[in-house]
Write a protein that binds this ligand. Sequence first.
Ligand code: SAM
Ligand code: SF4
Ligand code: SF4
Length: 338
Amino acid sequence: MATTSTLTDRLGRPIRDLRISVTDRCNFRCVYCMPRDMFGPEHAFLPRAELLTFEEIARLARVFSGLGVQKIRLTGGEPLIRKDLEDLIGMLATIPNLDIALTTNGSLLPKMAGPLARAGLTRVTVSLDSLDDARFDAINDVNFPVARVLEGIEAAAAAGLDPIKINMVVKRGMNDVDVVPMAEHFRGTGHTVRFIEYMDVGTTNGWRLDDVVPATEMVDAIAARFPLEPIGSDYRGEVAKRYRYLDGAGEIGFISSVTQPFCGDCTRARISSEGKLFTCLFASEGHDLRELVRSGADDDVLVEAITGVWRNRGDRYSELRSAATSELTKVEMSYIGG
Ligand code: SAM
Ligand code: SF4
Ligand code: SF4
């Protein structure tokens, strides 16, 4: 198989990260991601036969690794509701030099953390938007308690998956009051909270620019309680702007994709659960890899197809974002994977 470590897109960006959605289903109904009135009992989720099998995912992962991908993140929907996910992790773990991460709502981690770690998972990111049960319930909309997510974080740490990243999406009026308490709770634990600006992904969450709490505002609020200083990024394509507490209690990050876009360094490709390749979170259409895989194409054909798509990539949605672009048709976050 060709190794094209120099594979870059039209803006000179290499392909380094691959996010794979393993299901479009979820056991939460977060109001900013899968609002219940759009994702109710009538919603047509993908039938099982449409999903890539573990063998198909592992094969694609191997091909992408040959093209320069160094990190794979499994996501969804909620990846841990895909049955036997640890078997997929085990298959991915046989690919050399590949970091295998997972983003989860944490609900199933208490029982899954051990098997996932043993299968070869390298890192986990747990989403948690509030430490207050009433507010967390109003967000997840399935009455899921904060304590169970915290238990999942502890289980992941005990299984050796630490340090853990905690993702908090901040939406004005929804949970902005939780920013400082969240920083306070995880200070000194070794886990890193990443505060995420609410984004206009998909078309169902009714996004408005007024709902976005700019990262600078969050930095100021936290620094007023716990003084901070910025630290440099670890690698090209790192999305979070990192800060450390001056008293040595650890670090936090801010993902400011709305107010300070980072498209210039975006090295991420995404594969939806039905095998479509997307070159931007805000794309409206993907490129069907499943059809190629199921038609019996050999690896060289896959390499050629993926190379063609990446070379042609010119996406920089966040840099072009405006009221008009937020009206465009885009795929849902729960489908493409965050
Ligand atoms: N279900 C898993 C979870 O919640 O961690 C994985 C999938 S979820 C789509 C991945 C990440 O995207 C989560 O951290 C979630 O909070 C974030 N997310 C979803 N909708 C978002 C939005 N509109 N703006 C910013 N982040 C969002
Ligand atoms: Fe589910 Fe994650 Fe979306 Fe919440 S953010 S609805 S947990 S996929
Ligand atoms: Fe990457 Fe698209 Fe996000 Fe820009 S908007 S950082 S190109 S995913």
